[in-house]
Write a protein that binds this ligand. Structure first.
Ligand code: HEC
Length: 209
């Protein structure tokens, strides 16, 4: 019995010793039995870094970088014929930026856009890059992806149901995605999303559905 109490006392001291220092501050790093990637080589915001020559962790943005949602004079404005880029990734709350009038999808295209041939050509090019893998070149939903692993099948954009959708809803769908379709607001500019919508209207009109 005496041994039992002795071992118990030693165990209690050992446990208290092991757990006791918790909450105290140490200057040396803790001993990690399971490192769990606690220590990694990375640059934290606003911290120095010995990796770069100037010792600064944060890098200067590449020349011409624009923050999303802001409007700045853009590089090469003369060649592109555009002076400012506010139609690119702006985060406004108007119809142009949301496809919505209040709580409702809007019909028609925003007045700010010039619906010329170049605009439709741009929409065609963007549609063929961004949408055809899933929705197919004609928009019928039989894109190359549907042959492999798209379950449930991608929407047929020539369907009367999609044809009946207001333009704002199509813009909204491209912006926010739906179901398995991801949102495109980060990679496709506001102007391009409307251009794609316009081109899709053309495909639907041509399909005769
Ligand atoms: C990764 C594959 C994929 C890509 C790329 C894709 N979509 Fe979709 N899209 C889908 C799927 C899947 C659905 C069906 C979503 C659902 O109903 O759950 C869908 C649905 C839609 C709908 C119908 C939404 C509704 O309410 O029924 C529209 C309109 C649409 N997509 C337009 C586009 C346009 C325009 C592009 C190109 C910018 C595009 N999609 C790119 C997969 C894709």
């Amino acid at each position: 019995m005496r041994w039992f109490f002795l071992i118990l006392a030693i165990s209690v001291v050992a446990v208290v010793y092991a757990l006791g220092p918790r909450g105290e501050k140490f200057s040396s790093p803790p001993f990690l039995l399971f490192p769990d990637m606690d220590n990694q080589y990375k640059v934290k915001p606003q911290k120095p870094s010995g990796f770069f020559a100037n010792g600064q962790g944060a890098r200067m943005p590449v020349e011409g970088t624009e923050p999303m949602g802001h409007s700045f004079p853009i590089a090469g404005a003369e060649e592109s014929g555009r002076e400012r880029s506010e139609l690119d990734y702006s985060s406004g709350t108007d119809y142009l930026n949301t496809g919505l009038f209040g709580d409702f999808y809007g019909k028609g295209f925003p007045a700010e856009l010039e619906m010329d041939e170049a605009f439709l050509a741009r929409g065609k090019q963007r549609f063929q890059i961004t949408c055809t893998p899933c929705h197919g070149e004609s928009g019928n939903g039989a894109g190359v992806v549907s042959k492999y692993w798209m379950i449930p099948p991608t929407a047929n954009l020539l369907d009367p149901r999609v044809k009946a959708m207001p333009e704002g809803q199509i813009f909204w769908t491209i912006t926010h995605g739906k179901g398995l379709m991801e949102p495109y607001n980060g990679v496709t500019s506001v102007r391009d999303r409307w251009a794609i919508t316009a081109y899709l209207r053309g495909l639907q009109a041509a399909s005769g559905n």
